[in-house]
Design a protein around this ligand. Structure first.
Ligand SMILES: Cc1cc2nc3c(=O)[nH]c(=O)nc-3n(C[C@H](O)[C@H](O)[C@H](O)COP(=O)(O)OP(=O)(O)OC[C@H]3O[C@@H](n4cnc5c(N)ncnc54)[C@H](O)[C@@H]3O)c2cc1C
Length: 362
């Protein structure tokens, strides 16, 4: 029987473990934290309030294989994710769409802009904000300026710690305006939250006699004493190679949690604050599972270079060069698989991380 070691019990490591065990192989998972699920870890507090410890995580996918796979381990609720942002005392749907017009402006102005957008761009089409900023129609240009300045610019500056002129055009290019009434944040075919949370779903995935897990342990402390045929590493790439070519830069996130004596703190699960305060958004987790308690837990989310957990790898040339040096060096190891968002230094959504792991074990 083949013996595998998996470093990291995030969604990548757990999917690998489940698939390898299903092939009757042995799996040992080593996880540094005292919990499983990586950044998708969630739990309920003593008053049954739902909390996602590493910020809001909503499952969404268009991939039928992944959807069928996760449904083997948990039912999903019918939560549909919507996001609002707080601008000049109003709550506006984002990504900006035709409904947002009526939240941002009076009905007369909204009606007019709606008509112009439908005529100029066409219903159910989306356009990057940068394109709208340069549009030939003056009303559209003015609207684009409003969206850019009030919704996008300062949020991105807080998120990435950059001045407006330093923000890469490729980032701006990805911010779309939807000429549609569809308020869903994710336009995927399937979305929701596992009915009892992600952690319960993960526990079920690895509930097999041929999967063992060691928590609260850095793999480097024990790996020398282990015998294995293959190692799957899902931790940070630079750490694996003892930072030989330098540290990979990440934008970090930290969360400030607060429990409140009310059944509802805000109108929506997630509200972004582009222009006020130092935090980027407030999340109220009970709303993901439609929990109505006497208390509720919220988090205020901050972006930082030095505090919190590694959230988003910086996509600059310096980072790309360091990453490629490590990945080249990894080619010399034949029983090693580097996989997942930290080891590959790529942004993966949950469904993409699962897909990647499913494709690795066939
Ligand atoms: C703020 C935020 C919000 C997100 N929201 C969504 C969302 O709404 N929907 C969505 O689809 N995706 C979302 N994602 C993406 C999602 O978090 C990732 O797809 C997922 O976490 C990737 O899982 P992973 O296993 O590759 O990495 P991780 O979850 O980071 O797991 C890696 C694991 O390795 C462990 N590890 C690291 N070093 C060591 C070591 N030395 N020894 C042992 N163990 C180690 C870590 O402790 C961790 O548990 C979000 C990401 C962030 C940052």
């Amino acid at each position: 029987m083949k013996n595998n070691v998996i470093i990291g019990a995030g969604v990548t490591g757990l999917t690998l473990a489940e698939r390898l065990a299903a092939k009757d192989e042995n799996v040992l998972i080593i996880e540094k934290r005292s919990t499983i699920g990586g950044n998708c870890y969630d739990y309920f507090d003593e008053d049954n309030n739902y909390i996602q410890l590493y910020g809001p995580h909503i499952f969404h996918t268009d991939d039928e294989e992944v959807w069928n796979y996760v449904n083997k381990f948990s039912e999903f609720n019918n939560y549909i994710h919507k996001v609002y942002c707080h601008v000049d005392g109003k709550l506006i749907n984002i990504p900006f769409n035709l409904n947002s017009l009526y939240k941002a402006f009076d009905n007369l102005k909204a009606d007019k802009l709606k008509e112009i957008l439908i005529n100029e761009i066409g219903i159910n089409n989306k356009v990057p904000i940068l394109k709208l900023l340069n549009h030939k129609n003056d009303f559209i240009k003015e609207l684009a300026k409003f969206i850019y300045e009030k919704i996008f610019l300062y949020y991105t500056m807080k998120q990435w710690g950059k001045k407006p002129e330093e923000i890469d055009q490729s980032v701006t290019d990805r911010v779309p305006v939807f000429v549609s009434m569809d308020d869903r944040y994710f336009k995927c075919r399937w979305q929701g939250i596992p009915k009892n949370g992600f952690t319960k779903m993960f526990e079920k995935m690895i509930d097999r006699p041929n999967i063992k897990i060691i928590l609260s342990t850095d793999y480097k402390d024990i790996i020398k004493n282990l015998k294995y045929d293959k190692i799957y590493y899902t931790g940070p790439l630079d750490y694996f190679f003892d930072y030989e070519y330098g540290k990979i830069k990440y934008r970090r996130i930290w969360l400030d949690f607060e429990k409140l004596n009310t059944n509802s703190y805000q109108e929506n699960s997630v509200i972004n604050y582009p222009n006020d305060f130092k935090f980027t958004r407030i999340t109220e987790y009970n709303k993901f599972l439609f929990i109505n308690n006497k208390t509720t837990v919220i988090s205020r989310e901050y972006s930082s270079w030095d505090k919190g957990f590694e959230a988003y790898p910086v996509q600059d040339e310096e980072n790309k060069e360091i990453v490629s040096k490590y990945l080249n060096k990894a080619k010399n190891y034949d029983n090693l698989v580097l996989i997942g968002r930290l080891a590959e230094c790529k942004y993966y959504d949950i469904d993409q991380a699962i897909k990647r792991a499913l494709e690795e074990v066939i």
